[in-house]
Every structure is written in C-alpha cells, then in structure tokens.
Ligand binder design. Structure first.
Ligand code: GRF
Length: 221
C-alpha cells in the first residue's frame, strides 16, 4: 500500500461513499496508484466518513451550514484541500455546486462522476428523469470539473439498459455498479500520468484524443 509512486489525492463526499469505497478497494487491490491524503465531507454524518476511517484514511468535515455565503465556504474548502497538497481532487457524491474560483484553482485536477449519460440529465434526480422521458439507455459519466455544473470535458461513460418495471432505486443501483468500474479506471489513468485536459478543453489519454462523448466503457476490451 505504500507505493512511493502513488499520486496524492483528496476525495470530497457528502453521502454514502460507495464510489469512495470503490477507489479504496482498487487501491488495496494494487491496481490504483493513489494515496488518499484525506476525505473531506460537508456532512458530518456521511457514511463515507466511516468508510474512510475504517480504511485508515484521514477525514475532515467542513459544514456549509457554518457559512452564510457560498463563496466564503468555498474559500475555506479551497484552503483545506490545498493543505493536503493533492495532485488530484475526486468528487464522489459531493452535493455542492463549486464556485468558479475554486474550480479554476484546481483546473485540470478535479474529476466528478455524474449518474447520467452527459450531456443528458445534468443536475439532480437523473434516474427519475430518465424514467419519466422513457429513454432506453442510461448510465454514468466521469468528467473533468468545469465552472458550469456537469458540463466539463468528458473522459468515460458506461451504459445500462432501462428495463420494464424499473424504479429510480433499481436503476440507480444498476448505474452505481458501473460507476464503481469507471471511476477507479479514470482515476488510475490520471494517477499514471496518462490523462490530461488541455486549455482548449480537449481530453487526451496517452496520445489519443478522447471524443466529446468520452471513451465508451463497453468498447474497451
Ligand atoms: C453517485 O450516483 C454519483 O454519481 C453521484 O452521487 C452518487 C454518490 O454515491 N455524483 P456514493 O456516495 O458514491 O455511494
């Protein structure tokens, strides 16, 4: 686990932390060269904090309720993140919209996972909305974080079918199982120095330009 080449990262969470767990498990399996310097939550009761604690990862809570303005919160959050000197910040169910200042401070070094096939269904309640408009397919997307919500350059997507009888909960769980595959994969590319975002918002994996809709997980052998 003490890999000297491991990339230092910070993970931001608000809830259950199953994506955090997927990263911890991949790290423990030796397939993800990261050191999680800290897990930061805006919610003191997030189960993700228990997962971090069980894995021996330092935690910090910065509650947004202690701040009257978004910018004031984000300034403190930005300082807190920077104290850990991460090379990558991973948003894993962090339920806050980030200010442009914070996003730009860590530009090209911040990833998010969104439970939909972006650019479809940005924002909240993606599974309910996908069922409401009766799309045939749904999924998850890993992307670089940009100033505009859920609009940053896409790295990878994974698809799931929508099946008869699906509820939002059933669909969410089908999507989550894919999230747990694509997030560790995208983070591993970054940690290996293989993934980068250029100033003109292009994403490169090694010497390959990733198309706007991202790499399709199903196309990987
Ligand atoms: C995931 O569906 C993720 O795509 C979204 O929030 C959820 C977090 O789940 N951003 P978990 O806390 O990782 O279990």
């Amino acid at each position: 686990m003490n890999n000297p080449d491991a990339m230092p990262i910070v993970v931001l969470v608000s809830g259950n932390g199953s994506n955090l767990q997927a990263l911890i498990d991949a790290r423990n399996a030796g397939v993800l060269p990261i050191t999680i310097r800290a897990v930061i939550s805006n919610e003191s009761n997030a189960y993700a904090l228990t997962r971090a604690h069980d894995a021996g990862v330092p935690t910090a809570v910065l509650s947004h309720r202690d701040f009257s303005e978004r910018n004031a919160y984000d300034i403190e959050l930005s300082k807190l993140i920077a104290n850990y000197q991460p090379r990558l910040i991973v948003l894993a169910g962090f339920m806050r919209i980030l200010s442009a200042e914070l996003v730009n401070r860590f530009w090209g070094q911040m990833l998010n996972i969104h439970p939909a096939l972006l650019p479809n269904f940005r924002g909240l309640h993606t599974h309910e909305r996908a069922l409401a408009v009766a799309v045939k397919e749904h999924g998850a997307t890993v992307h670089f974080v940009s100033e505009e919500l859920d609009s940053g350059a896409i790295i990878i997507q994974a698809r799931v079918p929508i099946l008869p009888g699906d509820t939002a909960a059933i669909l969410a769980s089908r999507v989550l199982s894919k999230e747990h595959l694509i997030y560790p994969l995208a983070v591993s590319w970054f940690a290996q120095g293989r993934l980068r975002l250029t100033k003109d918002h292009q994403v490169w994996l090694d010497d390959q330009l990733i198309p706007p809709q991202g790499i399709q997980y199903e196309s990987l052998s």
